[in-house]
Design a protein around this ligand. Structure first.
Ligand code: ADP
Ligand code: MG
Length: 271
């Protein structure tokens, strides 16, 4: 369940945590088709835990498609087909016994425009995931509300107006609210798809700093077409091109000394 201590990411997840040693995701030969069109052509990649992993590449290279495969979102897309094996901390997520709803509690997701639910207050937005999971205990809900808002660096800004509509917040605050909403169920990993693309520079800087902080105790996969953003936030970076993984390594190495010509060409703006 969502309150299983093994599943939770405790605030003090230090050395002893066995999850720290194994990769968050082990992805083997992942293919995705939309109808007859292949969009991912066999991606194999281990995503380390407790780090920020950036996914970069030009628009249309398959970043969002890749992220969506990591929490089985393609099951909602008619005509989409996924092949390959993805393990989340050792568990095969496409195993037929695996429940995609349970999986989505283990894998939080934040989008470019993950708008707050417009009819809901700030508080309701954060707690919706827990409520849907059946949590009724008021004390627990209050505890998780504050925990999630603190983790999203939003608590001090909203603690006196928790019942105001989420849509009253600024763009950057709304994105942090959506991050709090994703964190409230204590997922094991967080997928972020262009989380700053719709934000102004100040809000972007705040979210990027939040991503770096969260990356200390979460496993984050961040898709972005913004190279600087990956450079500022990601510990390791994967470069995708036309549905293929071209290169994966430490962000610093990939940016300063790429091993593939295609990576170098992309970084220097040659295509
Ligand atoms: P990125 O996020 O890197 O910009 P996407 O993963 O969104 O790339 O898209 C990869 C390719 O898959 C693109 O050519 C896009 O047009 C195509 N694609 C994405 N989603 C769908 C869909 N639901 N149906 C058909 N084609 C899609
Ligand atoms: Mg995308």
């Amino acid at each position: 369940s969502a309150s299983d201590p093994k599943r939770a990411v405790p605030a003090s997840s230090e050395g002893a945590d066995p999850q720290k040693q194994s990769p968050a995701f082990q992805i083997e030969d992942l293919h995705v088709w939309f109808g007859s069109r292949a969009v991912l052509h066999g991606i194999s990649l281990n995503i380390p835990s407790h780090q920020v992993t950036g996914i970069i590449g030009p628009s249309g290279c398959g970043k969002s498609t890749f992220l969506r495969a990591l929490n089985r979102m393609h099951e909602f897309t008619p005509g989409a087909r996924v092949q390959g094996r993805i393990r989340l901390f050792g568990d095969d997520i496409y195993e037929s016994s695996g429940d995609p709803i349970l999986l989505r509690r283990r894998v939080g997701m934040v989008f470019q425009k993950s708008n707050p639910f417009p009819t809901m207050s700030i508080q309701e937005n954060v707690l919706i995931g827990l409520r849907l999971a059946g949590t009724r205990n008021r004390e627990l809900l209050e505890e998780r509300l504050e925990e999630a808002l603190r983790m999203a660096a939003l608590w001090s800004e909203v603690k006196d107006r928790l019942h105001a509509p989420g849509t009253e917040l600024s763009g950057g605050q709304q994105q942090r609210l959506c991050i709090a909403r994703a964190l409230a169920v204590r997922p094991e990993v967080l997928l972020m798809d262009e989380p700053c693309s719709a934000l102004d520079p100040i809000a972007t800087a705040q979210i990027e700093s939040l991503i770096r902080d969260l990356g200390q105790r979460y496993s984050i996969v961040l898709a972005t077409h913004n190279l600087q953003e990956a450079g500022r936030t990601a510990d390791r970076t994967a470069f995708f091109l036309e549905g293929r993984l071209i290169e994966f390594g430490s962000t610093k190495k990939l940016f300063t000394n790429p091993s593939q010509k295609q990576t170098e060409d992309y970084l220097t703006g040659r295509f």
